[in-house]
Design a protein around this ligand. Structure first.
Ligand code: FAD
Length: 493
């Protein structure tokens, strides 16, 4: 008889794990709190415009190939490479196009950084060595204990160890002199939920993944195609997904979980359970574990909250590319304050994505869809978002000035999603956008494990368990948890 697996959450982690387990002969059921699948990888449709709600690009595209390959499928997604990867605009007008071709990139920096090409080659060479020395050994590996993890770290070549103790900002200072080069290459630290001043230099490997290794990709037709492809295959395999079903409690059966209980009191039983809900806060809020009570969760490091704005406008924004970062001139001051501010920033730094530039179907003819993401403090620091219209207006005016395009005058549709809504929609702890942060004390053996400490039939997948956040990394998480389950449950193979 088929073993029954219940997946809690239809985010990328839950859907990918459901697909992998169905491939290995499990009977899978998925429960989802929201009214549609995808979690943060979601879609908003409004007044003829379609917006990717969260993720707008990804690196390590080969991880999606691996997922479909594992499940015996041809990858149906059509990748579109981004080049320039992104464009950075400083408020005084300096603009840099970040090209993958290093010679072309050097042209962008020629006024501010002498010998840029030589320097960037050296920087990326070191970052590449670190990436390849750790990807298989540390990132794509299950650890059984902290000791197991620490012993594995000793196998990483020692030459990389100073980068654990040096900040990303200081590391960049060893290669580059100009502030602009340092600011631009340190933006990846924000993806990890920290500042380059607090992020260890080991994360320079992200510069290698963006500039050298696999680059950044978009999906033809929009990022939600990823979710649609997974849903279509799950449906063919008879996997049922129940929406508007939030798990709030559980029944225990000796050392295992017997069933999870939804908000309406219905009990969902299975042989094994995989939570795609945040791996730390689920342990606290649903399992009532003391180690993850609210006080302890609040003491952990969390990534910034997203403040997102979705705009449909008439006309074309010729001064914007697919991906754009709009920064101010006070990077050090801004980065050091942004995590703990209790008020909205008055000169916010933000990211803009115009997906209609590469996916024309996402906006009516002659129009453009604009997605704005402004990273803001999580709800521990700023609870009240009643000023959301003011912050949105502030960003829209700034963007209008910097692009020479009157957004307000040409506005057809607008939607704001503040940290409170992000928290409530997907159970993101304190509205944290990327889940638990990735300091050395919260990664690998120190991150919430993908197998429960107490219940032998409960597992976790997603951004706050191993290896961490981001679409390719969550896809790896689905592989790691599936390997764990198969190892524990050899009889099913
Ligand atoms: C604004 C934003 C922009 C981003 N941009 C990028 C990007 O460009 N590139 C990139 O690679 N990554 C990006 N990320 C990160 C990426 O979205 C996440 O790392 C990834 O989608 C997380 O997937 P997940 O499966 O772990 O979690 P989620 O997507 O959060 O899925 C978890 C699911 O579980 C459901 N759930 C939670 N609790 C319960 C419960 N108790 N009962 C039932 N269901 C429950 C939730 O509703 C949700 O659907 C971005 C994130 C945000 C917020």
């Amino acid at each position: 008889m088929k073993r029954k697996a219940l997946v809690i959450g239809a985010g990328l982690g839950g859907l990918a794990t459901g697909l992998r387990l169905s491939t290995r002969g499990y009977e899978v059921t998925i429960l989802e709190k929201h009214s549609q699948a995808g979690g943060r990888l979601n879609q908003i449709e409004q007044d003829g415009f379609t917006f990717d709600m969260g993720p707008s690009f990804f690196s390590m595209s080969y991880e999606f190939d691996e997922l479909f390959n594992y499940c015996g499928l041809d990858n149906p997604l059509v990748y579109e490479e981004l080049n320039p990867l992104y464009v950075v605009n400083f408020s005084n007008g300096r603009t840099y196009k970040i090209y993958k071709e290093l010679g072309k990139l050097a042209e962008e920096f020629k006024k501010v950084e002498p010998d840029f090409e030589k320097k960037v080659i050296k920087y990326l060479d070191d970052a590449g060595k670190l990436f390849h020395d750790t990807e298989g050994l540390v990132v794509k590996k299950n650890f059984n204990s902290k000791l197991d993890y620490l012993l594995t770290l000793t196998k990483v070549p020692w030459k990389h160890s100073p980068k654990m103790f040096r900040s990303m900002w200081n590391e960049l200072g060893r290669y580059f002199e100009s502030r602009d080069a340092k600011v631009i290459f340190s933006l990846v630290a924000f993806f990890l939920g920290s500042t380059p001043f607090d992020t260890p230099a080991v994360y320079k490997l992200l510069n290698y993944t963006e500039l050298k290794h696999d680059g950044y990709w978009n999906i033809k037709g929009g990022m939600y195609k990823i979710v649609e492809a997974l849903l279509s295959e799950l449906e063919k395999r008879g996997v049922s997904i129940h929406y508007n079903t939030e798990i709030t409690g559980f029944n225990q059966n000796g050392t295992g979980v017997k069933g999870f209980i939804d908000k309406n009191g219905k009990v969902w039983e299975a042989d094994l359970f995989i939570s795609n809900s945040d791996a730390a806060s689920f342990r606290g809020n649903v399992l009532k574990r003391d180690r993850y009570n609210t006080d302890r969760l609040d003491e952990m490091d969390w990534t910034l909250s997203p403040f997102t704005i979705y705009l449909g406008v008439k006309g074309k924004l010729d001064n914007l590319y697919h991906h754009n970062y709009l920064l101010g001139e006070n990077f050090e001051e801004y980065a050091s304050k942004i995590f703990k501010m209790s008020i909205s920033p008055d000169k916010p730094y933000y990211y803009v994505n115009v997906s209609s530039k590469s996916n024309p179907d996402s906006a009516p003819e002659g129009c453009e869809n604009i997605f704005i993401l402004c990273p803001v403090p999580d709800l521990r620091y700023k609870k009240d978002w009643s000023d959301k219209e003011t912050l949105a207006d502030n960003i829209i005016s700034d963007l209008s000035n910097r692009t020479d395009f009157d957004i307000k005058k040409n506005l057809i549709t607008k939607r704001i999603v503040d940290p409170v809504e992000w928290e409530n929609t997907f159970n993101l702890y304190r509205g944290s956008g990327l889940g638990m942060a990735h300091g050395l004390n919260q990664i690998g053996g120190f991150r919430p494990r993908n197998k429960d400490e107490e219940f032998k039939n409960l597992y976790y997948v997603g951004a706050s368990t191993v290896p961490g956040t981001g679409l390719p990394i969550v896809t790896i998480s689905s592989k790691l948890v599936t390997e764990r389950i198969l190892q524990d449950d050899k009889s099913v193979q």
